[in-house]
Design a protein around this ligand. Structure first.
Ligand code: HEM
Length: 403
């Protein structure tokens, strides 16, 4: 059967038979070695790219694949995507993307993120201090995995301490699938309104946070952004900056609970292993599960298949990051693995802005949790855990634990 035949276009998102492995269909497609058609919500049939080298071909510097969600051929995640994200820099290419990315880059370099490590460690310890008072069993997703990135990103942005609770509440609603769409939209608007008020205030009370710089330098001094655009960027950074990291912290804790020998390796010398452990967790979980998406701008052959200009492509990171051509024994979680070519943070010009920060948070969050609570264990049977199979990012709804 030809890879382009109508009968072979399974619906996306693909489901997982095993919560610890990529969807079986994606693995089978990777083994077949060529792009395959899938079907998305609007009935269109973009290509699914599953091999490591082919994902790099799509996301790499060729300029043949675009990220503009308003392009008619772009395989949108929902009917709302072009309206909601149509003007956001990271859904654009070239001159509409890079200049904005450059505005944000300085706050997220490896050096800046590393300088934040002592503060991240302090905030982590503070959250750990507060856990016993919350009672057992305790949902670590909400009280730890989501709380840490929220306070950290609030510090970077310069959101005042007393407002963090409101940001945390909005984020919790935006992150949870069980909340109706209207509630999520309302939470997003509340966050936007909240930031808008703070940013207006920063004009008379500037500080060294990102929000202050956005409004005072990039809106008022240079006139590069409008006030609304600057608020949008702040909201975007909060949104992109904590749900992803929160999901990864939660999934990583689960992996460490399930594989005590791996946890022992990490705890034997966190200074030595936290780095490789984080890269391996990123590879193993590949929690961005239905993106990156692109539209083909120029006819391109991938794996012997002609992708035509105007056709959509969806990269499947979970399958690509288990590609045996690149990773030895890819199904195993090996926290000492040194092969770092995973694409958990994407690849190419749109590669994750916040990856350095996120790394520091994960590197601090996992060892410190188990050092403080060495008897930590799941409070429910593993098969009672709910994974977010159908959302853009993979994760756990809740992680009930006790100790
Ligand atoms: C474990 C945590 C994270 C994961 C797995 C993750 C994953 C990703 C991936 C796969 C992309 C590429 C999307 C594409 O090519 O279409 C991306 C882009 C991006 N990420 Fe992250 N991310 C994480 C944390 C963060 C944090 C902490 C921030 C902000 C502080 C952030 C902000 C962004 C932004 C703004 C982009 C778009 C960059 C661009 O288009 O130039 N992310 N992320």
């Amino acid at each position: 059967m030809s890879p382009d035949s109508t009968t072979e276009a399974p619906p996306v998102p693909l489901t997982r038979g095993c919560p610890f492995s990529p969807p079986e269909t994606a693995t089978a497609f990777r083994e077949a070695g060529v792009p395959r058609r899938v079907t998305i919500w609007d009935g269109s049939r973009p290509w699914l790219i599953t091999r490591h080298d082919q994902v790099q071909q799509v996301l790499g510097p060729s300029g043949r694949f675009g990220a503009d969600v308003t392009d008619p051929g772009f395989p949108n995640t929902s009917s709302a995507q072009p309206a909601v994200e149509g003007n956001v820099f990271f859904r654009k290419d070239g001159d509409e993307h890079l200049p904005i990315r450059r505005i944000l880059n300085p706050d997220f370099t490896a050096k800046r993120s590393e300088a934040l490590r002592p503060r991240v460690a302090e905030l982590t310890e503070r959250l750990l201090d507060e856990l016993p008072a919350k009672g057992k069993p305790l949902d670590l997703v909400e009280e730890y995995a989501l709380a840490l990135p929220t306070v950290v990103i609030c510090e970077i942005l310069g959101v005042p301490y007393e407002e963090r609770h409101a940001v945390h509440e909005s984020s919790k609603i935006m992150v949870q699938l069980s909340h109706p769409k209207e509630e999520k939209v309302a939470a997003h608007q509340a966050l936007h309104g909240n930031l808008s008020r703070h940013m207006a205030k920063k004009r008379t009370e500037p500080d060294d946070g990102l929000l202050s710089r956005l409004v005072n330098t990039w809106v008022d001094d240079k006139g590069v952004l409008s006030f609304e655009e600057a608020v949008g960027l702040g909201t975007l950074v909060i949104g992109a900056g904590h749900e992803t990291t929160a999901n990864m912290i939660g999934l990583g804790i689960l992996a460490l609970l399930r594989e005590p020998e791996q946890r022992d390796i990490l705890l034997s010398d966190p200074g030595k292993y936290a780095g490789t452990a984080t890269e391996e967790m990123m590879r193993y979980w590949s929690m961005v599960q239905t993106e990156p998406r692109r539209v083909c701008l120029e006819d391109t052959e991938i794996g012997g298949v002609l992708i035509k200009a105007g056709e959509g492509v969806i990269c499947n990171l979970p399958a690509a990051n288990r590609d045996p051509e690149v990773f030895v024994a890819p199904e195993n979680l090996d926290l000492t693995r040194v092969e770092r070519r995973h694409m958990g943070f994407g690849f190419g010009v749109h590669q994750c802005l916040g990856q350095n920060l996120s790394r520091v948070e994960m590197q601090e969050a996992w060892p410190r949790l188990f050092q403080r609570y060495p008897t930590l264990r799941l409070a429910v049977a593993e098969d009672e855990l709910h994974f977010r199979d159908d959302s853009l990012t993979y994760g756990l709804e809740e992680l009930p634990v006790t100790w």
